[in-house]
Design a protein around this ligand. Structure first.
Ligand code: GDP
Ligand code: MG
Length: 738
C-alpha cells in the first residue's frame, strides 16, 4: 500500500488550482497532488467536516455549467459554438459559494454516454464506482425530455450505478453507507409539474432495480435500502437566463446539513424538497487528511479490476495514515528529546554523572504532546488500527524516555553517592579542625537524610501518572542500600582514624611507663628514692610483672576509650570487637618495640653500668664509698658484678614472677573476631604464640635478648665492670699516696 501513495510534492499555490484539480486524467491515472489541493483549500485539516458531491449525466447536458453556477467553481464548459466534450476524466473543486455547508468538494465526472469515447463502458463503470465509494450526494443531471425514456442513455448509467453499488455492499455490510441520488431536471418547460416527472422517474427506477441481477443474499433488497432520492427542476439556461439563475440559487440553499426527521427527502417526498441534503449517514467517514490516500487506493483497486473492498481499503488507509501521523507527531518529540539524549551520551562519554534539570517535566510534556497530537488526527481512522498504532507510538517514545530516565536515575544515584561521601568527609574534617568535637553518627544521619531527600525528589519528578515504569521505588531502595554501604566504609575509615589516635596514645603512655620501669634498673637497690610508706619496695625480680600490669592497665583504658567513641558513631559490636582486637595486637607490638628500644646495646649496657656502679660505689645507706687500700674492693666488686650479671637472664625473657613463665598473651589478645575482614589484618605484625601459622612460639615472642646478644652483653658488661674496678683500685692506692 505504500508505493503508489505519492507524498505531498512542492507546496502549491491557490492560483494553480483555479479550475480545481484533476483527480483522474484521461489515461485513468490518479493525480498525486490531491492532498496538496486539499491543503491549499484548507480542507485537509477539517477532519470529518467536509462533503463530497459527484455529478453524473450524459455528455453536454450542462453538468459543468450547473456546477459552476451552483458552487462558483470554474470547471471547463463546452463553448456554445464547438460541440465537443470538454470534461476529461474526473475533476474536483471546492465550493466557492457561501451559505452552504463547510468544505463541499464537488467532482465533475466526464460525460458518460460514450459518444466521444466510443463505447467506453469501462470508464463509465469505473468512475461510477469511484464516485459511489467516495461521494455522499450524486447529482444526476437529466433533460426534461429524457424523463420517461426508459431505454435512454441515462438509464444505462443508472443501471451501472445500481450494479456497482450492490457490488460494494457485498463487501461492506457493516458500515452500510447510503447515498442521495439528486435528480436535477434541466430545461424544465413547466407544462409537466415536477411531481409528475418525479413519479415517472421513480417508477422507472423501480423497474430498473428489479431488472438488474442481484448478487446472492441481496435478491430481495430494495432500492431504498441504499438510496434516498431528491428532485429539482431548472428552467432553460439560455432561454430563461434570469429564472435559471434564481432557481440555481434556490437549489444552492439545499447544500447544508439535513436530517431525516425534517421535511426532506425520499421516494414519496413532498414536491418542495427544500431540506438540507447532507445527512450524516451519507458521510463515508474518511478523515479529510486521509482522503487522497484513500481515493488513490480505491482508484487503484478499481482501475486494476480488483474487487473493491472498502473496509479493507479503510483499514489500509488507517495504517498508512496512522504511520504518517505518528511520524509527524514524533518530530516535535524528537526536537525536545534528542538534545537531551545527546547531553546524556556526552556525560557518559566523559564519565561524569549529569542530572538533566527538569527532565521529568520536559519528558512528560513531550510525551503527552506527542500522544495528544497523534490522537487528534489518528483517532478518526479505523478504531482497531488507531489503537494498535497508538500503542506502537507509545512504546516507541516510552522506550526512548525509559532509556533517558534510567540514565537520569543512575546519574542521580552516582552524584548522590558522591555528594554524600564528600559531605560526610568534609564535615568530619571540619569537626577535626575545630577540636574533634563532632558526632560521626549524627553527621552521617543528617547527610543521609538530605541525600535520600534529593534522590526522592528527583526520582519522583520523573513519575508520570498511570505509567508504571516511571516508578523508581526499587532504585530508591538500592540507593539507600548503597548509602549505607558508603556510610559503613566511611565509618570504617573513621574507626581507623580513631584506632590510630588511640594507638598513638598507647605508645606515648607505654613510652613513659616502660621507661620508668627500666630506669629503676639503674638503681642497684631496685628503685630510686625511698619507697613510700606501706608500699612494698619494688625489686628487680618483678620487673616484668610491673611492666605487664602497666601494659594491661594502659591497654584497658585505651580499649574503653576506643569502644566508647566507636559506639558513639554507631559502629556495630562486630566492628568494635575487630577494632579492640587490632588495638590489643598493636599495643603489644608497641610494647615489644619499646622494650626493644630499652634493651638496645648502648641503652642496656648503660643501665647495667648504673646498676653495677650503684651497688659498687655506694654503701647500703646510699653513701658513696671512698676507697681505701684496706677496703675489700675485690669482694665488693665481685658481689656487685654478680648481682648485676644476675639481671641479664632476667632481662632476657618476659616472665612473670609468680609462674616463672610468660604472660598469657594469646588469652590477652583473644581470638580474631568473626567480623574481621582480610583487610583488617593487612597491616598487622605477626605475633608469636598468637598467630600460630607464623611458626614463632610464644617463648620466642617473649625472648627479649637472644642467646648471642646475651653473651655479648655479659662480655661487654664484664669489661666495663673491670674498668670500674681498676679505676677504684687505682683511686684507693692513689688516695694513700697523696
Ligand atoms: P457538460 O458536458 O454536461 O459538462 O455540459 P457543459 O456544461 O459543458 O455545457 C454543454 C453545452 O450546453 C454548452 O454549450 C452550454 O452552453 C449548454 N448549456 C448549459 N446549460 C444549459 C441549459 O440549461 N440548457 C441548455 N439547453 N443548454 C445548456
Ligand atoms: Mg462538463
Amino acid at each position: 500500500m505504500n508505493g503508489h501513495f505519492a507524498s505531498v510534492g512542492d507546496e502549491p499555490t491557490k492560483a494553480q488550482y483555479e479550475h480545481g484539480v484533476q483527480v483522474i486524467d484521461e489515461d485513468k491515472e490518479f493525480n498525486s497532488k490531491i492532498n496538496a489541493y486539499l491543503r491549499v483549500t484548507d480542507v485537509a485539516e477539517s477532519g470529518f467536516n467536509y462533503h463530497l458531491i459527484s455529478v453524473f449525466g450524459s455528455q453536454s447536458t450542462g453538468k459543468s455549467t450547473l456546477l459552476n453556477h451552483l458552487f462558483g467553481t470554474e470547471f471547463n464548459v463546452m463553448s456554445e459554438s464547438e460541440r465537443r466534450q470538454t470534461t476529461k476524466g474526473i475533476w474536483m473543486s471546492k465550493n466557492k459559494k457561501g451559505s452552504m455547508a463547510d468544505n463541499i468538494l464537488v467532482m465533475d465526472v466526464e460525460g458518460t454516454d460514450g459518444r466521444e469515447r466510443g463505447e467506453d463502458q469501462d470508464f463509465e463503470r469505473k468512475s461510477a464506482l469511484f464516485a459511489l465509494a467516495t461521494s455522499e450526494v450524486l447529482i444526476v443531471n437529466i433533460w426534461e425530455h429524457q424523463v420517461g425514456l426508459y431505454q435512454g442513455a441515462n438509464m444505462g448509467l443508472l443501471k451501472t450505478v445500481f450494479e456497482v453499488n450492490l457490488q460494494l455492499f457485498l463487501k461492506d455490510k457493516q458500515s452500510n453507507p447510503r447515498s442521495l441520488l439528486f435528480f436535477v431536471i434541466r430545461d424544465h418547460i413547466g407544462n409537466t409539474p415536477l411531481s409528475n416527472l418525479q413519479n415517472t422517474l421513480l417508477q422507472d427506477l423501480g423497474k430498473l432495480w428489479s431488472s438488474i441481477s442481484k448478487p446472492p443474499g441481496l435478491e430481495n433488497s430494495r432500492i431504498e435500502d441504499y438510496f434516498d432520492f431528491a428532485f429539482s427542476a431548472l428552467p432553460h439556461k439560455i432561454l430563461q437566463p434570469d429564472k435559471f439563475v434564481t432557481e440555481v440559487d434556490k437549489l444552492g440553499r439545499r447544500f447544508v446539513a439535513g436530517s431525516r426527521s425534517g421535511k426532506v427527502l425520499g421516494q414519496h417526498g413532498d414536491q418542495e424538497l427544500d431540506g438540507g441534503v447532507f445527512l450524516p449517514e451519507y458521510h463515508r467517514r474518511i478523515p479529510a487528511d486521509g482522503f487522497s490516500v484513500y481515493a488513490e487506493g480505491v482508484w487503484d483497486q478499481i482501475v486494476n479490476n480488483k474487487d473493491l473492498d472498502l473496509p479493507t481499503q479503510q483499514e489500509l488507509l488507517a495504517q498508512f495514515r496512522c504511520d504518517e501521523i505518528s511520524r509527524e507527531s514524533l518530530i516535535a518529540f524528537d526536537e525536545v528529546v534528542t538534545p537531551l539524549e545527546d547531553k546524556q551520551t556526552e556525560a557518559v562519554r566523559i564519565g561524569k554523572p549529569f542530572v538533566l534539570p527538569g527532565l521529568g517535566k520536559t519528558g512528560s510534556a513531550a510525551r503527552e504532546k506527542c500522544l495528544k497530537s497523534f490522537e487528534v488526527s489518528a483517532s478518526r481512522y479505523h478504531k482497531a488500527v488507531f489503537k494498535r498504532k497508538h500503542q506502537e507510538l507509545e512504546n516507541k517514545i516510552d522506550q526512548r524516555l525509559k532509556a533517558l530516565y534510567q540514565a537520569q536515575v543512575s546519574a542521580i544515584h552516582k552524584s548522590g553517592v558522591a555528594t554524600f561521601s564528600e559531605a560526610v568527609s568534609s564535615a568530619v574534617k571540619a569537626g577535626q579542625k575545630s577540636g574533634g568535637a563532632y558526632e560521626f553518627a549524627e553527621i552521617v544521619d543528617a547527610e543521609k537524610t538530605k541525600t535520600l531527600e534529593f534522590f526522592k525528589t528527583e526520582a519522583q519528578s520523573l513519575a508520570i501518572q498511570g505509567v508504571p515504569w516511571t516508578n523508581f521505588k526499587s532504585q530508591y531502595l538500592l540507593f539507600e542500600k548503597e548509602l549505607d554501604e558508603v556510610s559503613a566504609k566511611l565509618r570504617k575509615e573513621e574507626m581507623r582514624r580513631l584506632a590510630t589516635r588511640v594507638e598513638r596514645w598507647v605508645k606515648s603512655r607505654l613510652g613513659d611507663a616502660i621507661g620508668l620501669e627500666f630506669n629503676k634498673l639503674g638503681s642497684g637497690r631496685g628503685g630510686s628514692g625511698a619507697p613510700e610508706e606501706g608500699e612494698k619496695p619494688p625489686t628487680e625480680k618483678d620487673l616484668w610483672d610491673r611492666i605487664w600490669s602497666a601494659f594491661v592497665e594502659i591497654v584497658k583504658e585505651a580499649e574503653s576509650r576506643f569502644a566508647d567513641r566507636a559506639k558513639s558513631f554507631e559502629a556495630s559490636q562486630d566492628e568494635v570487637d575487630v577494632g579492640l582486637w587490632r588495638l590489643r595486637r598493636k599495643s603489644w607490638v608497641a610494647l615489644r618495640e619499646r622494650i626493644e628500644e630499652e634493651v638496645m646495646e648502648g641503652n642496656i649496657l648503660l643501665k647495667l653500668r648504673e646498676n653495677f656502679e650503684d651497688k659498687f660505689r655506694y654503701d647500703e645507706a646510699g653513701v658513696p664509698r671512698i676507697w681505701r687500700p684496706t677496703d675489700d674492693i675485690e669482694g665488693i666488686y665481685t658481689k656487685a658484678r654478680e648481682s648485676t650479671l644476675g639481671l641479664i637472664p632476667l632481662l632476657s625473657r618476659f616472665r612473670l614472677a609468680a609462674t616463672y613463665g610468660p604472660p598469657d598473651l594469646p588469652d590477652f589478645i583473644g581470638h580474631q573476631p568473626s567480623g574481621a575482614e582480610p583487610e583488617d589484618e593487612d597491616d598487622l605484625t605477626p605475633i608469636g604464640g598468637v598467630d600460630e601459622e607464623d611458626g614463632k612460639s610464644l617463648e620466642e615472642e617473649m625472648t627479649v635478648l637472644s642467646e648471642s646478644k646475651r653473651q655479648d652483653l655479659v662480655v661487654r658488661f664484664k669489661k666495663m665492670a673491670d674498668g670500674v674496678y681498676v679505676e677504684a683500685k687505682r683511686s684507693a692506692i692513689g688516695g694513700v699516696a697523696q
